[in-house]
Design a protein around this ligand. Structure first.
Ligand code: BGN
Length: 282
């Protein structure tokens, strides 16, 4: 602020609130599936702050959103994801950050635990109100699919090309889903004991239901995604039993019982990378 105007009117650097509907939206978008070099993707996004964070330059965002991306050894997917998602989120005029959470190799993959870690770590760097838990292999195809958090938890990957753009079952909560900070705290986050593929999202659904919340969804013409090709992950044979035992214990394993060690943290231009280790809890 110039000194004189500050004396005279009280200087306000506050930007106007962004419009309810961003003027930059285009609707359907062609997913860019090329795999550019890291430098090329970074050069595409000079307006990013370090750590993959962004605020619209000309208005105050209505939503502060952290994207939490659980990750293991999928560099190609991550490149394609970031190359697409940044322009998508910028068009939605969000105040957002992307957090990629990786797990030490010797430990079986645990998507739900990494989502909990991402929730806690992102909350330390900014006052995010909304968390979008995002698989790295899903790329949105329509920017009317706003990455914000409504009153109820929102399942976002409603229509996926590989699933013929149909919801496989009505209680599904995997792929891409959004919850407010308050909702995450209410349900005590995701479970920590689901090592291997499957069931952790169904357990989150049970928590949502247990706390009298419901799932909301956009319609399938908007909430559309392209799924990148990948090999099948190792299924967790214990997932059915784990779901039953969580029910008996009133879904109490979660944020409150999570223990982890951060073993790496890098603020890259396109994302914040956090690598963790945990003891394998049974
Ligand atoms: C379901 C998995 C989900 C997964 C979807 C993807 C289970 C547990 C059954 C009690 N659930 O079958 O985790 O997101 O498939 O379509 O395996």
């Amino acid at each position: 602020c110039p000194y004189v105007s500050w004396l005279w009117r009280g200087c306000s650097t506050k930007k106007p609130l962004c419009p309810l509907i961003s003027p930059h939206l285009v609707g359907g978008v062609e997913v860019e599936t090329s795999v550019p070099a890291w430098q090329t993707i970074e050069d595409n996004y000079p307006m990013l702050q370090n750590g993959g964070r962004y605020q619209p330059p000309d208005c105050e965002a209505r939503h502060r959103v952290a994207l939490i991306v659980p990750f293991r050894d999928r560099d190609i997917h991550l490149k394609i994801f970031l190359n697409n998602i940044h322009s998508f989120l910028m068009r939605q005029q969000l105040d957002y950050g992307i957090f990629v959470i990786d797990l030490e190799e010797s430990i079986p993959f645990n998507r739900a635990l990494l989502l909990n870690v991402g929730f806690l770590e992102a909350s330390k760097v900014h006052d995010y109100q909304c968390f979008v838990f995002h698989d790295v292999d899903l790329i949105p195809e329509n920017d009317h699919n706003t990455y914000s958090c409504p009153e109820q938890p929102r399942h976002m990957s409603v229509a996926i090309d590989k699933m013929n753009y149909r919801l496989p079952y009505t209680t599904i909560f995997g792929g891409v889903s959004a919850m407010t900070k308050e909702q995450m705290l209410t349900v005590n986050g995701y479970p920590n004991k689901f090592f291997g593929w499957g069931g952790e999202d169904d357990e989150m659904y049970n928590r949502i239901k247990y706390h009298n919340l419901t799932i909301s969804r956009y319609t399938g013409d908007v909430a559309r995604y392209k799924m990148l090709a990948h090999r099948r992950n190792q299924e967790n044979p214990r997932r059915f039993d784990l779901i039953k035992s969580e029910k008996r214990q009133n879904h109490s394993d979660g944020l409150s019982s999570l223990e982890y060690r951060v073993i790496g943290r890098v603020q890259r231009r396109l994302f914040t990378y956090i690598r963790v280790s945990v003891d394998q809890i049974t």
